[in-house]
Design a protein around this ligand. Structure first.
Ligand SMILES: Cc1cc2nc3c(=O)[nH]c(=O)nc-3n(C[C@H](O)[C@H](O)[C@H](O)COP(=O)(O)O)c2cc1C
Length: 204
């Protein structure tokens, strides 16, 4: 199983990345789980400009391909203005609509206080639902009080381990490629004609 961590923090030395890495490390203890962390801050991906996903090149192409190739995910973002960061959303704007279809996703987030933990439920989870991914119930949220220096406090570390177990367990229980019905047709840019270059949800 290729388990990909995706961190939406635009900061180097990100706490969100560190937390995702903890989940990946815990998952990697299990047999046949390969892990990798993709950070938007170092990915080199450009801003989504409305072209179809297959038209991107270079570092952006590599990011898209890496996400598409993974079997399961741990995705996370710092809270910015009560939601995920713009950089996090940009990565998902770049992806084909079926990139995560039927795959399992664990969610994490960090914030400066507890005030915005529910953004996990009303911002991150619906975004992943659009992609027809299976999100693990529950999530890990940490704010300043959940860190001791650069290290995660024990309770949060335990939550990371539980999330790792659930991502792997659920992913193994599901049949790859089974994602339920696709959504209606989406046209990415107004200059594209539906007959020739439109994209269908579930395809691009
Ligand atoms: C522009 C900006 C907006 C932020 N907005 C929020 C917010 O709405 N709620 C919150 O709890 N923390 C907010 N924070 C604090 C970050 O979410 C917090 O410091 C986070 O742990 C940083 O994660 P990172 O180290 O992975 O970048 C904001 C920080 C920045 C820079």
């Amino acid at each position: 199983m290729r388990l990909l961590g995706i961190s939406g923090s635009p900061s180097h030395g990100s706490r969100t990345s560190r937390m995702i890495q903890q989940v990946l490390d815990a998952a990697a203890q299990q047999a046949d789980v390969e892990t990798e962390l993709l950070e938007v801050v170092t990915s080199g991906a450009i801003l989504c400009d409305g072209r179809p996903p297959e038209a991107y090149e270079g570092a952006t192409r590599q990011v898209i391909d890496k996400v598409v190739a993974a079997d399961a995910y741990v995705v996370g973002s710092p809270m910015y203005r009560g939601s995920y960061t713009g950089a996090f959303k940009n990565l998902f704007d770049l992806l084909p609509n079926d990139a995560l279809a039927g795959k399992v996703v664990g969610l994490v987030a960090t914030g400066g206080s507890d005030h915005h933990f529910l953004a996990l439920e009303h911002q991150l989870r619906p975004l992943l639902s659009f992609f027809r991914a299976h999100t693990v119930p529950g999530a890990v949220y940490a704010q300043n009080l959940h860190f001791v220096g650069d290290e995660l406090a024990e309770e949060t570390l335990k939550a990371c381990h539980l999330l790792a177990e659930e991502v792997v367990r659920l992913s193994r229980a599901l049949t790859p490629g089974q994602a339920g019905p696709a959504y209606p047709t989406i046209i990415r840019r107004s200059d594209q004609q539906p007959s020739s270059t439109s994209t269908r949800v579930g395809q691009t």
